[in-house]
Design a protein around this ligand. Structure first.
Ligand code: ZN
Length: 424
């Protein structure tokens, strides 16, 4: 099966012509455009009208303004869907990333002699910044390929400010990356994403091969901290620093989720012909009564983002993905099939009918794998004999060394244990 795969390459700008000030001014104008979209939305204009008005008033070229309007509308849609942090504010004055189409708002070319990649950015109408991109050798090579090979496409890019410098974040798409067919899959890797961990279970028609719980409590902590800081700033009308805080939070979570998703894909590659099994977010959204656990997961950012990151890293490595209906994945007993909300208490699963026990998130991952097998009409093995729960903490880009790696010494989950006994 052939699918397209997109990656974002981060490059520094070595400016030869024009000045960084022009880029900053472009970002300030981008912020003004985005604020205008929020204000017009507040005043009841529909999105088509908003785009026309924004394009008309913007100092950015038309297609750049359209990309900015798209981005603002995405934020509004998320707000209307999830009601997470309140209506996107209009009072931000800080720079906003300028999103541009390749060949329009910005253009890249490969220098035939040196092989370096040159850029031209339209900072605003009639102002240009030119120079050379700087990045790691892998990124530069990928860009050279993307610009010269017809199987690749260079997509939108954003001018982003980071550590006081301008960067260009460029999306490149491989149009024909080869992903194995899910029909050939042997190992079904169920992925259960939670606020503070991701649980994986590798299941074949013969049984459960292995499972792992990768913890990232610091993401939940940091998000909570940033949330509190922002609330406090809002309450005293101190909105000027909000964007800075927002960007810092997004960068932190983004970087950490990339590390975790890399780990997820690496772990899965040890098995024969893996396929990832995810819960279908659309199914969850369409349904109303999934209880507080599901609601909390839906509203927590990592849930959707980690799926996205794992999906594209999987595709990059040729691993297919299937999605299943998430109903009851956390409540159904693996031993007797009894389904009950009372089966699950925080990190412990204990069946109220047959007393089968397990780490709740690992059990959910096994259930997800089983649904994947079912969906592709495979034999679902007996699932009540589970391997040891291993809980690992993802920190600073790597898992902790084995002596800090707590390995539960029991099969399944001890009756008198709490989550502390397997995770610390
Ligand atoms: Zn049971």
């Amino acid at each position: 099966m052939q699918k397209s795969v997109t990656r974002t390459l981060v490059c520094q700008l070595n400016i030869g012509e024009g000045s960084p000030r022009l880029l900053t001014e472009g970002q300030v104008e981008a912020r003004r455009v985005v604020n205008e979209v929020f204000r017009l939305d507040d005043e009841g204009y529909d999105w088509k009208q908003i785009e026309e008005i924004a394009v008309d008033r913007s100092n950015h070229v038309q297609n750049t303004t359209q990309r900015l309007v798209d981005k603002a509308i995405d934020a509004l849609e998320r707000y209307y869907d999830e009601d997470d942090y309140g209506h996107p504010g209009q009072n931000h004055e800080h720079a906003f990333p300028v999103r541009m189409n390749h060949g329009e708002g910005y253009a890249l070319t490969v220098d035939d002699e040196t092989g370096s990649v040159n850029f031209r950015i339209t900072a605003q109408k009639r102002t240009f910044v030119r120079g050379t991109l700087q990045s790691g050798p892998e990124q530069i090579e990928m860009l050279q390929t993307a610009l010269t090979d017809e199987k690749w496409r260079v997509g939108t890019a954003e001018v982003v400010s980071r550590h006081g410098r301008h960067e260009l974040h460029i999306n490149v798409t491989h149009e024909t990356a080869t992903v194995r067919s899910e029909e050939d899959a042997v190992t079904f890797v169920g992925v259960d994403v939670n606020e503070d961990n991701v649980s994986l279970a590798a299941v074949t028609e013969a049984g459960v091969e292995d499972s792992i719980v990768i913890e990232y409590p610091e993401i939940k902590q940091e998000r909570h901290e940033f949330f509190t800081i922002r609330k406090r700033m809002q309450s005293v009308g101190q909105t000027a620093f909000e964007t800075t805080i927002e960007n810092r939070e997004q960068r932190f979570v983004h970087d950490r989720l990339h590390q975790v998703s890399r780990r997820v894909v690496e772990w899965s590659e040890q098995f024969d012909d893996p396929v990832f099994v995810f819960e279908d977010l659309k199914d969850i959204r369409d349904d109303i009564d999934y209880g507080t656990r599901m609601n909390r997961r839906l509203h927590s950012l990592p849930f959707a983002q980690l799926q996205t990151f794992v999906s594209y890293k999987a595709a990059w490595n040729g691993i297919p993905v299937v999605k299943i209906d998430p109903e009851y994945t956390s409540q159904e007993c693996l031993s007797c099939g009894h389904t009950d909300r009372a089966n699950r208490q925080k990190k412990r699963f204990k069946c109220v009918a047959c007393a089968f026990q397990d780490h709740a998130d690992r059990k959910a991952a096994v259930s997800i794998s089983a649904k994947g097998l079912q969906k592709l009409n495979r034999n679902v093995p007996a699932l009540n004999n589970l391997p040891v729960v291993r809980v690992r903490r993802q920190r600073n880009g790597a898992c902790e060394p084995p002596d800090h790696d707590p390995v539960s010494s029991v099969r399944g989950y001890q009756a008198d244990g709490d989550s502390g006994s397997v995770s610390s």
